[in-house]
Design a protein around this ligand. Structure first.
Ligand SMILES: [Zn+2]
Ligand SMILES: [Zn+2]
Length: 439
């Protein structure tokens, strides 16, 4: 039975909410002030805290902040309530780390819907619950945004595209979106056209919250539909939580619609494990060499494996150039860097498709040392060493027009031929699809 701590100063409201929750199978613990409520939270680690913002001995914002500051209570969801309809109070609730904000009187249906959206979902589907169609489906990879750093529209980028990172991986009706760069806008339109009134469940895997990987989210139309559920997964950033970063880019100074005004069920889950399942797809993650916390993902689907590592700086070249600049020589440093590259090669080993950071060429790289992106030569070499079948050069530099990208692909193909490798190399192109057939 899931536990909820109800912090509410008004006796009648508390009795009504408590009755409604108990009737839905919740174990309800009640407190009439913030201090007593926090005591219950410390003792019982509830799944949810439902707290009025105007409570004595510790208001709701304070209670929420105190819970968010404690790593042991990371999985406890906080829903703040109030009679206040002031936008300011709502914003402060989300700013304090609340998962939702409900205005009183709270219709029971709204309360239950909010709880269903914020409490961790039903267990991962077992083999039996994964549809036959999904188990035997091909895997479709579709590129919606392939550019790094900033969108670059214009005739010089028309062939490969100017939208920032967004890739769709589809296994049957399992819709997985990798990053929410500006390319996600068109993907959203396409999904709404395809699913129309049918229910649509989307999982979004975010590698990190740099702007080019989340900036399209406010324009993702499915998130405004009450029939859609969007589950956003990512690892906690160095400074901001996943939800915090998406929340902040939609604050009124930057965008007219707030995150909580999206009508769909948008839930955020910060990853604890580097391995998990999404239906028939096994996901493993690796930390990339990129400023802050950034992941690469490997999606093992029934039809084959897709690696997505959009932002990563290969370790050895980084260290070689760093030593050149600093005048330092350290064999130990080089060995360490090589070992890190080997871990990446193990991570990508045998992948059918690899979509990987190839932002610079070898001549450009030294001037961009430590910017968190890879020289394409290293991406190709790692793919060869890892026995990858199909490599897509990705996260194209905003200054690289189509001709430059074509020349980088030619250079990569020559390199592959010199190494007598069977690796196939292309540049990721907006609108392009790649299909993996089941074995
Ligand atoms: Zn990026
Ligand atoms: Zn980045």
């Amino acid at each position: 039975m899931k536990t909820i701590v109800l912090i509410e100063n008004d006796v009648l409201t508390r009795a009504l909410l408590s009755q409604c929750l108990a009737g839905e199978g919740w174990c309800v613990m009640e407190a009439d002030n913030g201090e007593a409520g926090l005591d219950l939270v410390q003792k019982h680690h509830p799944a949810v805290v439902l707290c009025d913002i105007r409570t004595p001995k510790g208001n709701g914002f304070k209670v929420c902040r105190s819970i968010r500051e404690q790593p042991a209570l990371e999985s406890t969801r906080v829903i703040l309530t109030s009679v206040s309809r002031f936008g300011n109070d709502r914003d402060s609730a989300f700013g304090a780390g609340a998962h939702d904000y409900l205005v009183k009187p709270i219709p029971p249906a709204d309360l239950l819907r909010t709880l269903a959206a914020c409490v961790p979902k039903e267990p991962e589907p077992t083999e039996e619950t994964i549809s036959e169609a999904e188990k035997h489906a091909p895997t479709l990879v579709r590129f919606w945004g392939v550019r790094g750093s900033i969108p670059t529209p214009g005739h010089q980028t028309a062939t490969f595209g100017g939208n920032t990172s967004c890739v769709e991986v589809r296994v049957g009706d399992n819709v997985i979106i990798l990053d929410a760069g500006s390319g996600i806008r068109l993907l959203g339109q396409s999904l709404m056209k395809e699913f129309r009134d049918k229910p649509l469940n989307i999982t979004m895997l975010v590698t990190h919250t740099h702007w080019d990987h989340i900036q399209g989210f406010p324009f993702f139309i499915p998130a405004y539909s009450p029939k859609v559920s969007v589950r956003v997964l990512g690892y906690e950033g160095a400074v901001h939580g996943l939800r915090g970063a998406l929340f902040e880019q939609m604050q009124s100074a930057f965008f007219p619609v707030a995150l909580h005004q999206m009508a769909s069920h948008v839930t955020f889950e910060e990853l604890d494990d580097l391995q998990f399942k999404l239906g028939s797809v096994r996901v493993s993650a690796i930390f990339a060499n990129h400023p802050g916390i950034c992941l690469g993902y490997r999606l093992s689907t029934p039809a084959g494996d897709v690696v997505y590592m959009p932002d990563h700086e290969a370790y050895e070249r980084h260290e070689v150039e760093r030593q050149k600049v600093s005048g330092e020589t350290s064999e130990q440093g080089l060995d360490y860097a090589r070992r890190q590259d080997e871990k990446v090669i193990e991570f990508i080993r045998g992948a059918d498709v690899m979509i990987a950071d190839s932002q610079y060429d070898a001549a450009e790289y030294p001037a961009r040392l430590g910017w968190g992106h890879t020289c394409a030569d290293d991406t190709v070499q790692n793919a060869i060493l890892g026995g990858v079948k199909q490599l897509f050069l990705f996260h194209h530099d905003p200054d690289h027009h189509d001709k430059k990208i074509e020349s980088m692909v030619e250079r990569a193909q020559e390199w592959v031929a010199e190494q007598h490798s069977t690796l196939s190399v292309a540049a990721a192109r907006e609108g392009a699809e790649y299909l993996l057939q089941p074995h």
